[in-house]
Ligand binder design. Structure first.
Ligand code: 13P
Ligand code: SF4
Length: 304
């Protein structure tokens, strides 16, 4: 089958079986093209709540499919490729988190949405890269134990000096590859370009940026800006998608190493398998689902 034939077969089955396909913005171009909705973690979580379809295929990583299942237990939720996990989501051991909660008894536990459902059962509020500052600023508590991404945590801390943050060492193995040297090199090569970065990057990169935001935030900023050139400090698929969306502008990856291998695992063949009911269906015990849902509900309540 060609790429186009496979896409057409997916679109046919999707319509016939009333399936909704969600794709995170880091997915390959051929996946984004057949998705019903593409966005950042927050937008994907919100979209699902209103989706009418009874079957959802999540083209992304495991915690994203789990989030869909937590919010919509009545739906059949497939993870496009069962091997696709977010290494950061699994970095923290639940036992260690229990110990940290004892160490900081007055702190509210804020989980980046990039966490397993099991870890979410132990947390008070969830945040995403696009909602963290807004949500944490609204909390009455002044002490926050933020897990697992120390880079996003430090970035939000710099925006909320009135709050006291506690961190554990953790972060994204993809974004950590971008360094201040990459920024210096990219700026020298493209002196007119604006630098747009994801807050999962190291602080040495974030502090040099013209804009810091989620994947959707970066894309919206680039589309709306009157600037013509941009250096993109997040997974390189964002530069690629933007180049299709804005052919009159130029997009340069901050580093060629900014590639999330887990996000690139999903192929059209995986999506076709899921449409045929042969992929990995997400299941969660009702106890885990309800416990994990509390912090996601809080995110939606405070996130607006
Ligand atoms: P966004 O919510 O910005 O899409 O981030 C998710 C992610 O995993 C980035 O690495
Ligand atoms: Fe996880 Fe990083 Fe990949 Fe995002 S880019 S899914 S945080 S490993």
């Amino acid at each position: 089958m060609t790429i186009r034939e496979m896409q057409e077969e997916i679109l046919r089955l999707k319509a016939q079986k009333n399936i909704v396909i969600l794709a995170h913005s880091y997915q390959r171009r051929e996946i984004v093209e057949i998705a019903d909705y593409t966005g950042d973690s927050y937008a994907l979580a919100r979209f699902v709540q209103n989706a009418k379809a009874q079957t959802v295929i999540m083209c992304g990583v495991r915690f994203m499919a789990e989030t869909v299942k937590i919010l919509s237990p009545e739906k059949r939720v497939y993870l496009s490729n069962g091997e696709a996990g977010c290494p950061m989501a699994e970095q923290l051991d639940p036992e260690l988190l229990r110990a940290l909660k004892e160490q900081y008894p007055n702190a509210i536990v804020a989980a980046y949405i990039n966490t397993t459902a099991e870890l979410k059962t132990l947390c008070d509020v969830c945040v995403t890269s696009s909602s963290a500052e807004r949500i944490l600023s609204k909390l009455p508590q002044n002490e926050i134990l933020f897990i697992p991404d120390i880079n996003l945590g430090r970035y939000v801390e710099s925006k909320l000096p009135q709050k006291k943050f506690y961190f554990v060492q953790g972060g994204c193995p993809t974004h950590v590859r971008a360094t201040a040297q990459d920024v210096a090199r990219a700026r020298a090569m493209h002196p007119e370009a604006q630098l747009l970065v994801h807050p999962e990057c190291r602080f040495e990169v974030v502090k040099e940026a013209d804009y810091v935001g989620s994947t959707s935030g970066i894309m919206d900023f680039a589309k709306q800006s009157s600037a013509k050139e941009f250096i993109i400090g997040t997974d390189n698929s964002i530069a690629e998608h933007l180049q299709y969306d804005c052919p009159d502008k130029k997009f340069y990856p901050l580093s060629k190493d900014l590639v999330c291998h887990n996000m690139k695992l999903t192929s059209l063949a995986d999506v076709l398998n899921c449409c045929r009911g042969e992929g990995e269906e997400i299941t969660l015990s009702e106890e885990t689902r309800l416990q994990a849902k509390r912090c996601i509900d809080r995110m939606i309540e405070l996130g607006g």
